[in-house]
Design a protein around this ligand. Structure first.
Ligand code: DER
Length: 236
């Protein structure tokens, strides 16, 4: 399909530009796009690849590495103070500043562990994932939660403005909640599309312009609005 070929093309470009066959440690993410990344690495047919330790980000990721005949290394076996040269992974949505929504595949915990230990994080995705702001196509923020903490986290998310956070269920493939590779639950928290600071700034400038047109009262309002923007700057 067109989407699969877009994923494959993105993976081949990512490997061509950012994969070094002489690397010692390479992170491998989870999901379907990452399969094309590993295929592209194999297609290089560079013998040095057999000396690389590929660090998985969960059970499925490790299966992709092993099925390709590559060497895997558990994250906690990485020598201390050693960085993974590059980590490849997918995402559910990405904005122009490369902020990502991760966790559609419920592997975000180890994905973020590996990403934080990598010198370079390469997000591989087809065009559907790139949006001007997050929560456009992907309406929820996935969060990994210890089962004991579910009710606490749900009420905290509601206070943060999430309309109806819910525990991800297996539905037809599993009765009840799904469990992550760490034996935790996933809460999917719906949030309205993220307001960018520039949105607020734009609205404030527009507001000031309109108020200035209202003479004396407008001036007072302008000061009040300026105070509000200052307060917002503290929050954002
Ligand atoms: O869970 C994640 O963040 C994964 O990277 C995943 O959602 C991306 O999956 P895909 O490559 O199958 O879209």
């Amino acid at each position: 399909s067109a989407i699969e070929s877009a994923k494959r093309a993105a993976a081949q470009l990512a490997v061509k530009e950012h994969f070094n066959p002489g690397a010692h440690y390479v992170g491998i993410g989870s999901g379907s796009t990452i399969v094309y990344v590993v295929e592209a690495i194999q297609e290089l047919k560079d013998p040095r690849i057999q000396n690389i330790h590929f660090v998985p980000t969960g059970y499925q990721s490790r299966q992709v590495i092993l099925r390709a005949g590559l060497k895997d290394l558990k994250f906690d076996s990485l020598p201390a103070d050693t960085l993974i040269e590059v980590a490849f992974d997918g995402a559910d949505e990405i904005d122009d500043d490369l902020n990502c929504i991760k966790g559609g595949g419920a592997c975000l915990y180890q994905e973020k562990l590996v990403a934080t230990r990598a010198s370079k994080f390469i997000c591989v995705a087809d065009h559907r994932k790139l949006q001007p702001r997050l929560l456009t196509n992907w309406p929820t923020i996935p969060i990994e939660v210890e089962p004991l903490a579910v009710t606490t986290v749900i009420s905290a998310l509601k206070r943060l403005g999430s309309s109806a956070p819910f525990v991800r269920e297996g539905h037809i493939q599993k009765a009840g909640p799904i469990k992550t590779d760490q034996d935790n639950f996933i809460i999917d928290a719906p949030f309205p599309s993220l307001l960018l600071y520039t949105d607020i700034e734009q609205a404030a400038k527009q507001g000031v312009k309109e108020l200035k047109g209202q003479g004396e009262d407008g001036q007072w309002e302008v000061q009040a609005l300026a105070k509000e923007i200052k307060a917002l700057e503290g929050v954002l």
